[in-house]
Design a protein around this ligand. Structure first.
Ligand code: C2E
Ligand code: CA
Ligand code: CA
Length: 670
């Protein structure tokens, strides 16, 4: 080694340097390895016994040329960014100052290590943190703020996206990163207020580039430590989501516009109506439905149909200027307008004066419409839609071609319905419904062997609500599931109670198909049996033909029915003969009892034809191995005929009206 620099160096001084320092002799062997080296690199001097072992370990990322250049250095050299491999195989980077000199009069080379920023903290977890930081910086934009909201640093990705230059952004205020409009500045205030309280803020915000253009970011703003500390910082991590936002806006536009007419669709209409209601605006909600649109469709091709709708839209736009127009259905439109009723109704005359032509022929076109006022008539979107449909069905029943306002009677119907829904919810909550039971008698033994449970409801405000009114409303609103679970619980409890009294009575429960759409229905019933201590064979579930018809198409309903049957529950086909009578589902569904509808029983003694029919039904049921039951039996005469036909059981006023559970106990024990 040719050393010009004959400076000599104290071994002791090198050892005491607080940062990693070491020295090699001219053979490349480690002669000094200070404690800082041990601490940071993990190696001890013993790890470098042989020549070149330093090069093979700590410096293994250097090329042979680079290494030779170091060993042959004639004067001070500095090498930056050397990738080092620590004893525990973690990596770090450092800059080195390399100085040839004399140590104990020997030519040597000293290495002063100038660790980079992260160097002193490097360890396994630290390496992970470092990787995380590097990953973060290359994927996200980052900005650091001081405790007053001044920008103290940012990463290259931020500069690239925002086009800000360091000069224009560093030491400048955080608020400058947001557009100047009031809304954006308020959002900036909110972010600042949140983080300055030591909390994290997260959300999508619009920011401003140096050019004034805006861009969208998903921003997470994090306070770095507790607010009491002096060097308190905030860290903004941002991801550019401008493309996603633009796509979303496009999609929203598509989702809110009717492609064929360019009018808004029902979703957009709904949000506009909601806003208007919130702002307490007065308006007419006009629903217009083209009469007999289906015939028009059948008679003509698509193109004619499209043209027709476009022409109709044009007329709406001309007539209802300055109104909100929406297409809510193929042939249904809604107009929101402040214009009066008389003007709205005159639209029909306008249509007649301005007919739509197909070819050279004017198309005869009529419209049925309903006018509802908000807030006077109805106070939310669903109510406005429901009221409109009710008016239109009444207009159509009267022949169509008319636009009517919500009449007193329609209004009452709607009010009662919404009242029932509201009060029913309360009644269910307070378990205010009652159950009555009607006995069924076995015609062979003459004994009561079963009862059917019916729901009864008398509300303090609306009075008695019959099942015929209640059940359809409950089905529409979904409350039927709540009624169903109430009835199942009560019926099982009662059957178990009778059993304790020594009365083995089967209890029938009426089921709606909607209840069985709940995938947990079977489980709920079986759980209730266990909970109430009711044996499964005491429960009979009554389903209607309509239920059967729908169940046929839904395997999950059939499966649930089978599960229940396997556990011993019986299924009754109620109202048999009222409409859909299909023998297919009788084979598909686990039905054991056939209940002949009361309509037939009522005409039994009056018509010979009915007698033959019922006789036939009983025979048919028997041949299918089913128990046949007749309901609505009111007279002795009816009973005798049914006995003649070999019917198994009867139910009806002749035996008893539906009564309370106590009365049933008395009937049986007397
Ligand atoms: P349904 O299941 O066909 O019940 C027979 C209806 O006829 C009951 O009316 C019963 O009180 C009545 N009835 C019984 N015997 C006679 C008689 O001899 N003559 C006459 N004229 N009528 C008789 P209700 O209780 O008003 O129930 C009407 C319908 O409402 C029931 O028809 C059933 O479909 C439904 N329903 C009743 N309770 C429930 C329930 O808890 N859940 C479900 N889903 N539906 C129920
Ligand atoms: Ca029934
Ligand atoms: Ca029935």
């Amino acid at each position: 080694m040719n050393v010009n620099l004959t400076q000599s160096c104290e071994e002791n001084m090198l050892i005491k340097t607080p940062f990693p320092t070491f020295a090699l002799n001219q053979n490349g062997q480690v002669i000094i390895w200070n404690p800082a080296c041990e601490q940071y690199f993990g190696y001890t001097k013993q790890d470098f016994q042989s020549t070149d072992s330093l090069k093979d370990q700590l410096f293994s990322t250097l090329t042979e040329n680079e290494w030779q250049r170091i060993l042959n250095a004639q004067e001070y050299i500095r090498i930056n960014n050397i990738q080092l491999i620590h004893k525990n195989e973690t990596l770090s980077k450092a800059n080195f100052i390399i100085i040839p000199c004399l140590i104990n009069n020997e030519h040597s080379i000293i290495f002063y290590c100038l660790p980079q920023e992260d160097f002193f903290t490097i360890g396994e977890t630290e390496q992970e943190l470092l990787d995380l930081k590097n990953g973060l910086l290359s994927t996200f934009m980052t900005v650091t703020l001081d405790h007053e909201g001044f920008i103290i640093s940012c990463n290259p990705l931020f500069l690239k996206t925002s086009k800000w230059t360091p000069k224009r952004v560093l030491r400048k205020s955080f608020w400058q990163l947001f557009p100047e409009d009031e809304e954006s500045q308020q959002i900036a205030d909110t972010i600042w207020n949140t983080i300055s309280k030591g909390k994290i803020w997260k959300g999508d915000v619009q920011k401003k580039k140096k050019t004034g253009e805006t861009y969208w970011v998903h921003l997470t703003a994090i306070p770095t430590s507790s607010p009491n500390e002096d060097d308190f910082h905030y860290f903004l991590i941002e991801q550019d989501i401008t493309n996603e936002k633009e796509m979303q806006q496009k999609l929203e536009k598509i989702a809110y516009i009717d492609a064929e007419t360019g009018l808004m669709n029902v979703h957009r209409l709904e949000s506009i109506v909601k806003e208007m209601i919130e702002e307490k605006q007065n308006f007419y909600f006009v629903y217009l439905s083209i009469d007999k649109f289906y015939t028009l469709k059948e008679l003509h091709n698509m193109e004619v149909e499209n043209n027709f709708i476009l022409e109709f839209t044009k007329r709406l736009k001309i007539y209802f200027q300055d109104s909100v127009l929406a297409r809510v259905n193929e042939s249904d439109f809604v107009v929101i307008t402040p214009l009066g009723e008389w003007f709205i109704q005159e639209f029909l005359s306008y249509l007649k004066q301005n007919p739509i032509y197909i070819g050279h022929r004017a198309m005869p076109i009529t419209v049925s419409g309903g006018i509802t006022r908000s807030p006077q008539d109805q106070s939310n979107f669903t109510q406005l839609m429901n009221a409109s449909l009710l008016i239109i069905s009444e207009v159509r029943q009267a022949g169509g071609d008319n636009i009517l306002s919500l009449s007193e009677s329609t209004h009452k119907k709607l009010n009662r319905k919404s009242m029932i829904e509201k009060r029913l919810l309360l009644a269910l909550d307070q378990r205010n419904l009652k159950v009555l039971y009607q006995p069924q008698v076995d015609l062979k033994t003459g004994k009561i062997y079963a009862v059917e449970a019916f729901v009864r409801w008398e509300d303090e405000e609306i009075g008695v609500v019959n099942p015929d009114e209640l059940i359809p409303i409950a089905e529409e609103s979904g409350l039927i599931n709540n009624i169903g679970s109430f009835m199942i619980e009560e019926a099982c409890k009662q059957a178990a109670e009778w059993l304790r009294q020594g009365l083995e009575l089967k209890v029938g429960i009426n089921m709606s198909v909607r209840e069985f759409r709940d995938k947990n229905m079977a489980k709920f019933i079986l759980d209730t049996l266990v909970k109430t201590g009711c044996p499964a064979h005491l429960i009979q579930l009554e389903i209607t033909e309509k239920f059967a018809l729908e169940a046929e198409a839904e395997t999950s309903i059939i499966q649930q029915m089978r599960t229940l049957e396997e556990q011993g529950i019986t299924f009754v086909l109620d109202d048999f003969g009222t409409g859909y009578a299909s023998f297919r589902y009788m084979q598909l569904l686990p039905i054991q009892i056939l209940k002949i509808d009361q309509m037939y029983i009522q005409s039994l003694t009056k018509s010979e034809k009915t007698q033959r029919l019922i006789n036939g039904i009983v025979h048919f049921g028997k041949s299918m191995n089913l128990t046949v039951l007749a309901e609505g039996v009111e007279t002795e005469e009816q009973k005798q005929l049914l006995e003649q036909y070999n019917c198994d059981a009867i139910q009806g006023y002749l035996i008893s009206k539906p009564v309370t559970a106590d009365k049933i106990s008395k009937l049986l024990t007397n």
